[in-house]
Write a protein that binds this ligand. Structure first.
Ligand SMILES: [Cu+2]
Ligand SMILES: [Zn+2]
Length: 214
């Protein structure tokens, strides 16, 4: 009887795991294991406009389920804007194309409404009022700050990008969100744990993502 209930418990765990995206399941399990051993890892991005002026910061905190972002910016145009995590930690003004496409370690297509989506770097649109201020929380499910297959601190880093228009959540590869109007390189906070190189120059194999990006 004891063995039977153990078997039943492990079988139900397996069923839950096979029902998930395997990359997310593995990274989620690792993140949960780490969470019991250590304090949450944090990072931040200094977000700048096309003239290099700082508009504020995005704070990032790893949780057992993904990375939580708290974004506080000012000086943005009023309206709906796409917010994404892009795959290269480089913000070269004024067009920020150096940030590459959306962070996409699972090789999915873009968008929450896309059956083949979504990118790990896809995030819900944010709204800026008449005062130009943005205060928003966002959540990137299944990604980590600590090392791993879906870490934002991969070999070339990651950037937070704000677009001129909203993401339609469907158009591949970038949601038809218009120009990139602000960008911030995600950097480890002073004293944060973890290792691995910081952002560096984009390598040649990023070319495929640079064809069309948003
Ligand atoms: Cu974007
Ligand atoms: Zn995307």
């Amino acid at each position: 009887m004891r063995y039977l209930s153990l078997w039943a418990a492990s079988a139900s765990v397996t069923a839950v795991v096979v029902g998930m995206n395997p990359v997310l399941a593995r990274s989620g399990a690792r993140a949960a294991a780490r969470a019991v051993q250590s304090e949450a890892m944090t990072a931040a991005a200094d977000v700048q406009d096309a003239e290099g002026k700082s508009l504020g910061t995005a704070e990032l905190t790893e949780t057992p389920h993904g990375v939580l972002l708290t974004v506080k910016l000012s000086g943005l145009p009023a309206g709906q804007h796409a917010l994404h995590l892009h795959e290269v930690g480089q913000c070269a003004a004024p067009d920020f194309k150096s940030a590459g496409g959306h962070y996409n370690p699972g090789s999915a297509s873009h968008g929450y409404k896309n059956p083949k989506g979504a990118h790990e770097g896809d995030l819900p649109n944010v709204h800026v009022g008449a005062d130009g201020a943005l205060n928003a929380d966002a959540f990137a499910e299944g990604v980590t700050l600590n090392a791993g297959a879906t870490s934002l601190f991969d070999e070339d880093g990651t950037a937070v990008v704000v677009h001129a228009g909203p993401d339609d959540y469907a158009t591949d590869p970038a949601g038809d969100a218009g120009d990139r109007i602000a960008c911030g390189v995600v950097e480890k906070k002073e004293g944060a744990r973890g290792q691995g190189p910081g952002p560096r120059a984009a390598s040649g194999n990023r070319g495929q993502f640079l064809r069309d990006q948003g």
